[in-house]
Design a protein around this ligand. Structure first.
Ligand code: TPP
Ligand code: MG
Length: 410
């Protein structure tokens, strides 16, 4: 008789810890231009390979190659570069503002700018994103005023959300940006529900769900996939795999098996994996998935392979759990530098124009910040009224809240 095994749990560990040499040899990267572009009505089982590869357009020389290339004009690409640079400058200023005590909290996008900036360009007015805290590019690329974003971050008297949300948790119906919920993965069930409602009403608007690698471990992710696939909801299901969930590496939510995109295949949902640091590839894949939704062909799952270069938030220190040089070793490069190089290769940009644009953009951000600070910051100037705590939940305030408001003296 065979002796029973001494059972033990397998707890995945990242390949390297602080002090070690970063190693991304496990990230298999397809050559730019190598992955085919199927028709949007392809069946999930006919394009299984796309869930295991990485769709890339920009090659090492900065050229756009392959079947996913050729969708954007010089002007559109320059605008895309400007959006990403604006988001980066915005992050840098707000990070500093947090260190100066002007807000309690901030979360940056460093290295992930292409994902939300390029995705926004594939949507139309009326479509609805259900974002997490790491997609402010959806607002920037839709020309939402930076001053409004800063008013929210500073919780000042002009804060459109009246101090009732954590800083950076924006909301704008007008810009297709559903109020951010701190409870991760709720975005998935809500987006699918919204998309189903749009279809029930025979509307033409589509939804986009957003989630990070770590949060796919939540049951909401899986429930949303059941409903999206069963009812063929007009929704794009985005998974931003930036390799980390605070201090937890992506293998913890994935068990080292398959890919996040491949989760869609079990539900018969077409699934694609894309280089998240390649503005052109993100845009092309987003258009493909949005068109499927618009043509009533149902959901698409898209995994953006990227890397969180900065800390998770201003409350985090990544030096405690990953090598300091890991971001430099990330094999997919920097999205801003890659698009810049591509524009220069096309003869549509130059080093001088880039330096000038950087200065102009920083000026715009600083001007916006000055205006926002006139309305107050966390510890200085105007604040929303305490009265606002009681508003905005019920169409008609129930008697117990009215009583509480009176007791509070408002
Ligand atoms: C339901 C839920 N559980 C836990 C948290 C706490 N939390 C905030 S951010 C975060 C990590 C999320 O990582 P990931 O989904 O990979 O997104 P990323 O921050 O990398 O963009 C966690 C666990 C939360 N906000 N909501
Ligand atoms: Mg993550």
């Amino acid at each position: 008789m065979v002796e029973p095994a001494h059972l033990s749990l397998h707890v995945p560990e990242p390949a390297v810890r602080p002090g070690g040499h970063p190693d991304f040899s496990n990230v298999k990267i397809a050559k730019a231009g190598a992955v085919p572009r199927p028709p949007v009505d392809a069946a999930a089982e006919d394009i299984r390979d796309l869930a295991y590869s990485i769709i890339r357009v920009l090659n090492r020389d900065g050229e756009a190659v392959g079947p996913w290339a050729g969708l954007l004009t010089d002007d559109e690409l320059r605008t895309g570069l400007r959006h990403m640079m604006t988001l980066r400058a915005f992050d840098a200023r707000m990070l500093m503002a947090q260190r100066q005590g002007k807000t309690s909290f901030y979360m940056q996008h460093l290295g992930e700018e292409a994902v939300s900036c390029a995705f926004r360009k594939a949507l139309k007015k009326g479509d609805m994103n259900f974002p997490t805290y790491r997609q402010a590019g959806l607002l920037i690329a839709d020309d939402y005023p930076m001053v409004e974003m800063m008013n929210q971050i500073f919780s000042n008297e002009a804060d459109p959300l009246r101090g009732r949300q954590l800083p950076i948790m924006y909301s704008s119906r007008e810009h297709g940006f559903f109020t951010i919920s701190g409870n991760l993965a709720t975005q998935y069930v809500q987006a699918v529900g919204w998309a189903m409602a749009s279809a029930i009403k025979n509307d033409s608007r589509i939804a986009a769900a957003w989630i990070g690698d770590g949060s796919t471990a939540e049951s909401d992710f899986h429930s949303a996939l059941v409903f999206a696939s069963t009812y063929r909801a007009p929704v794009v299901l985005n998974v931003v795999n930036n390799q980390w969930a605070i201090s937890t590496f992506q293998g913890i939510a994935r068990g080292g098996s398959g890919t996040f995109a491949a989760r869609g295949l079990g539900f018969g949902i077409p699934a694609l994996r894309v280089d998240g640091n390649d503005y052109l590839a993100v845009y092309a894949v987003a258009c493909w998935a949005a068109e499927r939704a618009r043509r009533n062909l149902g959901p698409t799952l898209v995994e953006y392979v990227t890397y969180r270069v900065g800390a998770h938030s201003t409350s985090d220190d990544p030096g405690a759990y990953r090598p300091k040089t890991e971001s430099e070793a990330w094999p997919l490069g920097d999205p801003v530098l890659r698009l810049k190089k591509h524009l220069i290769t096309r003869g549509a940009w130059s080093e001088e124009r880039h330096v000038q644009a950087e200065a102009e953009i920083m000026d715009e951000v600083i001007t916006a910040q000055r205006k926002a600070e006139e309305n107050g910051t966390l510890h200085a100037g105007g604040k929303p009224s305490v009265r606002d705590i009681f508003e905005g939940v019920y169409a008609e305030m129930p008697p117990h809240l009215r009583r509480q408001r009176q007791q509070a003296g408002y």
